[in-house]
Design a protein around this ligand. Structure first.
Ligand code: NDP
Length: 451
């Protein structure tokens, strides 16, 4: 089959990029039948074109610690595809960052952005810099040095980055400030900006809120709702925090949170007051989630790399919102989730479920919303931030939230169109998201000729 031939070429070209290959294989597996039924894509060799980024930049980022030590990190930006709009996608600062990870995230972003109904191309970038343990002055010096190179490639109609792991309001502020200084231009060249300098209301909340709205849409297909549901959430950063907030607003109860050191289990639920503690702990003091267990006298389990599974996913519940990082749910975790009663999985993180885990969900016929669809709320409100910047207007909280809800419902609808099997009475959201996103990008590429 054409998809297999192209995948063999991708493997031969980038054998050392496992995360990228995983993301490509997942998309190609969904596309096989659709591509065979629509020969125009093979004729134009769209698959081989869509897996190769438009361009990639890799650069040195030198900076100085407070003690005068000279440090060197690697920065990169992958401008993956701009068939339907300017490159759009976050920056990740984490020691694990390498080109394969940024390419996987950029590839996912292309199809995710296509699903949002907004005119957004796909890109991603970042650095192996670790903001943990660095103070504000060091983070600022790093961000300024990073931007001294990256600014050349950005522009409000060219490439518009945002945050991701390790890049929040503080880092966006430092990078936007340096961009503005270098270009002498105040333009919407980042999203996730501060509210009083061009940011949008609801942008910080958008990814978490969107993942919850997507779960709600999935539940509606079974005549059910989030009201009264018990939910597992992993991570404790931006996405996890606002997932917990929206769950509690909709009458559900989040009972877990984690960071790379371990997880907490609070059977009474993480209410408003406890969430305020987490936000202060993680966003201001930048401490560890263990402190939650000490403060509220609940169970804490340290991460144990010797285990073949993550015990967080073995806690009994109805819904799961993985919101930390890629491949955090393996096959055993997926089996534990299903065994523990979980029948809704809405992915706030990007590719948190390994392929073997995804197969467990699809076989069990649970409601499984992959990140490409479920976490698209963040980039959607980024798109709305760009619109507001172009109009030089700010929309109210209610207006942005309502548009976000509408976009998540539209994404869900596209998944149903391409993923629902009448015979089975089951929606394969993975297939639906991949085919729906691919079709829009591929058709635009066909229209625009061989570029
Ligand atoms: P944050 O940096 O705010 O939080 C990340 C959280 O995940 C932290 O609790 C962190 O713990 C944990 N984590 C990160 N890496 C690992 C790891 N290797 N092992 C265990 N825990 C880990 O990031 P976000 O909340 O912004 O992003 C979370 C996920 O959501 C990512 O997959 C990201 O790509 C995705 N996403 C984010 C969007 C956004 O708008 N921010 C949009 C769409 C998707 P610790 O502090 O110990 O590292």
């Amino acid at each position: 089959m054409y998809v297999d031939e192209v995948f063999e070429k991708v493997k031969a070209r980038d054998p050392d990029q496992p995360e990228f290959l995983q993301a490509v294989e997942e998309v190609f597996t969904s596309l096989g039948e659709f591509i065979e039924e629509n020969p125009q894509y093979k004729k134009a060799n769209i698959l081989e074109r869509v897996v190769e980024p438009d361009r990639m930049f890799i650069f040195r980022v030198p900076w100085e610690t407070n003690d005068g030590e000279v440090m060197v990190n690697r920065g990169m930006r992958v401008e993956f595809n701009n068939a339907i709009g300017p490159y759009k996608g976050g920056l990740r600062f984490h020691p694990s960052v390498n080109l394969g990870i940024i390419k996987f995230l950029g590839f996912e972003q292309v199809f995710k952005n296509a699903l949002t109904t907004l005119p957004l191309g796909g890109g991603k970038g970042g650095s192996d810099f670790d903001p943990k343990g660095k103070n504000d002055a060091e983070v600022m010096r790093f961000c300024q040095s990073f931007m001294n190179e990256l600014y050349k490639y950005l522009g409000p109609n060219t490439d518009v980055p945002a945050g991701d792991i390790g890049v929040g309001a503080r880092e966006i502020g430092f990078m936007f400030g340096q961009y503005k200084r270098l270009k002498n231009e105040f333009t919407g060249v980042f999203t996730g900006k501060g509210l009083n300098w061009g940011g949008s209301l609801i942008r910080p909340e958008a990814t978490g809120y969107g993942a919850v709205y997507f779960a709600d849409e999935m539940l509606k297909t079974r005549g059910d709702s989030l009201d009264g549901k018990v939910c597992l959430v992993s991570g404790s950063g931006n996405v996890a925090q606002f997932t917990v907030e929206k769950l509690s607003q909709l009458g559900a109860k989040a009972i877990t949170l984690s960071d790379s050191s371990g997880f907490i289990h609070d059977p009474d639920g993480i209410d408003e007051e406890k969430l305020a503690f987490v936000m202060e702990l993680k966003n201001v003091r930048r401490g560890r989630i263990k402190e939650y267990a000490e403060k509220f006298k609940v169970q804490y389990a340290a991460a144990d790399p010797k285990l073949d599974h993550n015990p967080l996913w073995a806690v009994e519940a109805d819904c799961a919102f993985p919101s930390a990082t890629q491949n955090e749910i393996n096959e055993v975790d997926a089996q534990n989730l299903v065994k523990g009663g979980v029948f809704v999985i809405s992915e706030g993180a990007n590719m948190p479920t390994a392929p073997e885990g995804a197969n467990v969900f699809l076989k069990a016929k649970v409601l499984y919303g992959p990140g490409k669809a479920a976490n698209a709320g963040g980039v959607s409100v980024s798109g709305l931030e760009m619109s507001q910047n172009s109009l030089r207007l700010s929309w109210s909280r209610e207006e942005v939230d309502e548009r976000l809800r509408g976009i998540m419902a539209a994404i869900h609808e596209q998944c149903m169109i391409y993923g629902y099997d009448e015979k089975d009475k089951y929606c394969d959201y993975v297939k639906g998201a991949n085919v729906g996103g691919f079709k829009k990008v591929a058709d635009a590429m066909l229209d625009q000729g061989l570029v």
